[in-house]
Design a binder for this molecule. Structure first.
Ligand code: NDP
Length: 289
């Protein structure tokens, strides 16, 4: 008996501007192939001006969902029907699920970070120092708080942004957050358990830049994480490893936020190692993403 073929894959994708340096298509399609999922991921270059039309198109074409990246993560909220709790608090959406013409806005950035962190430590009850107060930091701080972190110290160069983030955590979660200005040779409190770089310091092509911290205050019991996915081994992580700290790179966050998106779109939990391998393969060939 001949097999009935289905030439109509389910569609997912990304709306970002620029889009050509975003490797998400590679890691997501690697998972789709590995799990023999009849799905495609389309990388689309679209910014706020055409976002409404792009979303209408996605609905018309029956997409099951899409990612939003810079500069659409906040812009997209006006088109969303329902926001997940963390996305609402964070105030940004990186993953949209389309279900029966309804748009559900999720934020998986912080969840991906926590998943990656949990490969080494359970954050519950820990004291965290988080450098940065931008989109990545907001997502991380909110999810750290939901994971039961005891205290978050937000360290940021711009005072207003840092203070606002600490207030956001204090207002919406049970975790205590405070703000400290990011001064040169920043000293870490010896009670710190988790040290997290959520700034863009160290991102390609600025691979030789490092966080201006006093490394004499970093001890080997501290667990250190970086959000920078490219290069995965930032100067910061290399310096912390040299002191004896366990480290977690930004590729883990990138991969796990993608795993969470695919699960939201399809209900299927894909193998994160397949996605990570694909990104590592790309990193070996090119450094420009
Ligand atoms: P934003 O532009 O929103 O925030 C950048 C943050 O970095 C701000 O807090 C800014 O401080 C701080 N910063 C930048 N340069 C310096 C500097 N020289 N000294 C001190 N502080 C500095 O960016 P995002 O939060 O969206 O992204 C941050 C990084 O996270 C990016 O590199 C991005 O690639 C990465 N990322 C990784 C993800 C992953 O899955 N691995 C997911 C999302 C993001 P100030 O407020 O003072 O300007």
């Amino acid at each position: 008996m001949s097999k009935i073929l289905n030439f109509l894959p389910k569609l997912t994708g990304s709306f970002a501007l620029p889009a050509s340096e975003n490797p998400t298509i590679e890691m997501v399609e690697a998972a789709y192939r590995h799990h023999k999922m009849h799905m495609r991921y389309i990388n689309v270059e679209v910014g706020p001006d055409n976002l409404a039309k792009a979303i209408e198109g996605a609905i018309a074409m029956g997409w099951v969902g899409f990612n939003c990246s810079i500069p659409n993560k906040i812009e997209v909220i006006q088109y969303i029907d329902r926001l997940a709790k963390s996305a609402e608090i964070i105030g940004a959406v990186n993953c949209v699920v389309i279900k029966e013409n309804e748009l559900i806005g999720e934020n998986t950035d912080g969840k991906g970070f926590i998943k990656s962190l949990e490969t080494i430590v359970n954050p519950k009850g820990k004291n965290a120092v988080v450098f940065g107060a931008g989109g990545a930091s907001r997502a991380i701080c909110v999810e750290l708080a939901f994971s039961g972190v005891k205290k978050i110290t937000v360290v940021n160069r711009s005072k207003k942004k840092g203070a606002d983030l600490a207030e956001l955590v204090n207002k919406n979660t049970k975790t205590k957050a405070l703000f400290t200005e990011f001064v040169d040779q920043f000293s870490l409190d010896p009670k710190t358990d988790l040290v997290i770089n959520a700034t863009s310091i160290g991102l390609f092509p600025d691979v030789d830049t490092d966080l201006p911290i006093n490394y004499n205050t970093l001890t080997k019991h501290m667990i250190v994480a970086d959000v920078i996915p490219n290069p995965p081994k930032t100067k910061f992580l290399k310096n912390c490893s040299a002191i004896g700290c366990q480290t977690i790179d930004g590729l883990g966050m990138l991969v796990n936020q993608g795993v969470a998106c695919i699960e939201l779109w399809t209900g299927i939990k894909v193998d994160e190692s397949v996605m990570r391998s694909r990104l590592e393969e790309i990193t070996l060939k090119s450094r420009n993403w």
